[in-house]
Structure formats: C-alpha cells, structure tokens
Design a protein around this ligand. Structure first.
Ligand code: C5P
Length: 237
C-alpha cells in the first residue's frame, strides 16, 4: 500500500494524491461518471475498478510499443501509481469515424469513415465547454511549443495505429478518443487515462456503442458494456 498524502486534484472521475516520492502520484479511479462538461453526473458501481485496470492494460500495451506514458504500476483495484507531469491544458482527439461533437459542429453525417484519421485540439476548460482550438492558439497563448504540438500529433497517431489494431483483433472498432500529455524532465509523456470514459468503441458486428455514449445517451448497461470490452481484450478484472 502506498500512503496517500495531500489531495492535489479532484477531477470528475479520478482523484490525484501526492505520495512520499515527490515525482510520483497516486491516481484513484472513482465510480463517478460525468458528461456534458459535468452537467450530467452519476456514480456507476464498479466503474472505477474497471477503468483502473483497463487503463493499466492499455498503458502497458502502449509502453511495450515504445509510447512513453506516466503509468508506473497498479497499486489497488482502483489505484495506480503514475509519474507526476506538468500537464498541457489541451486535449488531443483522433477520429476514425465521424460522430459526436464533430457532426454537431460541422453538420456532417454520422458514420463517415475517414481515409486518414482526423486530429483535433481542444482547450481544457469546462466553463467554456472545451472549445476547438488550432496549433496557432497553442503557441500564441504559450500552452505548448511547436515541437510539443508536433510530438503530440505524432504520438497520438501512433496510439491510433496501435489501438485500432488491438481493438480490431477482438471485433471492436475504435471510433475516436481523447488523450492528454504532460512534461516530465524535458520529455512529453502520455498522461491522464485511456478508458471507455474517453473513447468510443463500437461492436463490429452490431455497431453497438460500448463506451460512455451509453451514459450520455441513457442507453443503460454502462459498466456491463465496459466489462464486455475488457473481457474481449483479455483484461483480468
Ligand atoms: O464529444 P466529442 O465527439 O468531441 O468526443 C470525441 C472523443 O473524445 C470521444 O471519444 C469522447 O469520449 C472523448 N472526449 C473526452 N473528454 C472530453 C471530450 C471528448 O474523453 N472532454
């Protein structure tokens, strides 16, 4: 067991604590689930444990494939040890199929499959509804350097290649996802989480959503759907 010292941030689904090692943090996955910039909230029993183990599996897979991440190890069912990062205030989204905010924003048809994955930056700001931004906003406001922008794109596309393949092998489609990065000793590392809370996963046979859209759209069986995905990927819960 690693002692939780000061609570340094309480996000919508995770809490971060300092540990006795100043360069390592404890990430606690809660059952809390939120959507629409925190306007819809509910605690879904068992989700914290699934997401913690799901994230560990994905982070380890990425790490094995030379993507540097903040993940160190699983500590408890709902706790992981991670490297402390200085997070960039941006979200990186990659889309393989058009859905969600993209369709609302551009009035485009749902389900268009892109020839090349589409990359978007969003500013992390709930009060502003996480607006879409471009590379120039990032450099103009000093949220990141040109080099960091290129690195975020390169790593996020690499993650897409690796994870599309991983999901495809078990009959799942990775539709889109969001990742975040942070700085640690001069390098940029993948931070935050990769779980069904932050991506869209469809069953290749039925087209059924097996991710947080089940919560957003009141489809029910949210945790059960995350469990199905975890089971298909061979994650031990
Ligand atoms: O809502 P939107 O279509 O832009 O979401 C794209 C992808 O990014 C989805 O997989 C969604 O779950 C994820 N996302 C997220 N956190 C946000 C915004 C989007 O995890 N704040």
């Amino acid at each position: 067991m690693i002692e939780k010292l000061k609570l340094i941030s309480e996000g919508k689904a995770k809490s971060l604590y300092e540990t006795s090692n100043s360069s390592e943090l404890l990430m606690v996955y809660r059952d809390d689930t939120s959507a629409f910039d925190g306007k819809k909230k509910e605690a879904l029993k068992g989700k914290g444990i699934i997401n913690n183990k799901f994230n560990a599996f994905i982070m380890e897979h990425l790490s094995k494939n030379n993507v540097e991440t903040h993940f160190i190890k699983l500590i408890e069912d709902n706790e992981s040890l991670v490297r402390r990062l200085d997070m960039l205030p941006v979200e990186c989204v990659v889309r393989n199929i058009a859905t969600g905010s993209l369709c609302r924003r551009l009035g485009v048809e749902e389900g268009i499959k892109f020839k090349e994955p589409l990359f978007e930056f969003f500013l992390k700001d709930d009060d502003l509804g996480d607006p879409l931004i471009n590379d120039n906003h990032i450099t103009a406001f000093g949220w990141g350097t040109e080099e960091e922008i290129e690195k975020m794109k390169e790593i996020t596309f690499r993650i897409n290649d690796l994870l599309c393949k991983l999901f495809e092998e078990v009959g799942l489609i990775l539709v889109d996802y969001k990742v975040e990065y942070g700085r640690s000793s001069g390098s940029l590392l993948l931070g935050d989480e990769f779980t069904p809370d932050g991506c869209r996963i469809w069953d290749v046979e039925t087209g059924e959503s097996l991710d947080k859209d089940r919560f957003r759209k009141d489809l029910g069986d949210v945790v059960e759907s995350y469990q199905i995905v975890a089971h298909k990927l061979g994650i031990t819960l």
